[in-house]
Design a protein around this ligand. Structure first.
Ligand SMILES: [Mg+2]
Length: 274
């Protein structure tokens, strides 16, 4: 489960930065002051970046709109979400599957646009995909339990393992809580695609044609962002602008290659070419 980053980060060698978003480039609806310049400096130096997120309640188009609203122009191909990684996984492993989706309309649209049939009748389906589902109904819980209980060989895939998702008042259940709920009822556990699975990091590296030594995963969480980078053999940078304090980082078994206060420190290092 645990990993250890053991590389010195030579920023001169990094060609691709894979950024977590919330807690790394912005907090909720507030863009960090350094973010625009950081992204500009990366591009101006001939490097590139991609955005990685485990959140699958929004489609790619909604993330592009959010980034633009915050003042950062973004193109759809710059975003790798756990939903787009799940689609890539399905294309590779279950290319003809008819999918029962426990997820939102926007994820349904992304699956259909990728060429998958997504019937609402569970009897017509031969794979189950669960995601953050802000449109959850008891009927969907019932359908998923029926499929997982009666068809033990049915492929069962979850977009990401996060248990809770922050809200204005605190937290609400996320995809990981659905995983636990279905495990109670059916004893089944899914293949989980999002971070810390290295799949999204590997997709980013493949799309840009770079090696793990040339890739830095930058994020505010150890057990998802940093661990996915370690598992992909990439370089890992923890920023303390989000979920994790320095004390927690020092006591964790998951060791990033570099710990910075925030992306502002990364910007300074890139400007000074260190
Ligand atoms: Mg984050």
């Amino acid at each position: 489960m645990f990993g250890k980053g053991s590389f010195a980060v030579d920023l001169k060698r990094i060609r691709l930065f894979l950024f977590d978003m919330d807690g790394t480039l912005y907090l909720g609806e507030r863009l960090f002051g350094f973010t625009k310049e950081l992204l500009q400096v990366i591009r101006a130096s001939g490097r590139d970046y991609r955005y990685l997120t485990n959140n699958s309640s929004k489609g790619v188009g909604e993330y592009v709109a959010k980034l633009e609203r915050l003042g950062v122009p973004a193109a759809p191909e710059e975003l790798i979400t756990s939903a787009t990684a799940t689609i890539a996984y399905l294309k590779e492993h279950h290319p003809h599957a008819r999918i029962y989706l426990c997820g939102t309309k926007s994820v349904r649209r992304d699956l259909e646009n990728a060429g998958f049939a997504v019937p609402r009748d569970p009897r017509l389906c031969d794979a189950v995909v669960i995601t953050t589902d802000t449109e959850l109904t008891f009927q969907k819980l019932d359908d998923v339990c029926m499929l997982l209980s009666t068809r033990p060989d049915l492929p069962y895939i979850a977009t990401h393992p996060d248990l809770i998702c922050p809200t204005e008042y605190g937290y609400m259940p996320d995809c990981g809580s659905l995983i636990e709920l279905f495990e109670r009822a059916t004893k089944r556990l899914p293949v989980v695609i999002g971070k810390p699975n290295p799949l999204m990091v590997e997709m980013g590296m493949r799309a840009l044609g770079v090696t793990p030594e040339e890739t830095a995963v930058v994020g505010d969480r150890l057990n998802t962002d940093v661990l996915s980078g370690i598992r992909a053999h990439a370089r890992t940078i923890l920023v303390l602008s989000g979920a994790v304090t320095r004390k927690e980082a020092e006591h964790s078994e998951i060791r990033p290659d570099l710990v910075l206060e925030s992306g502002a420190d990364l910007l300074e290092r890139l400007k000074n070419d260190r």
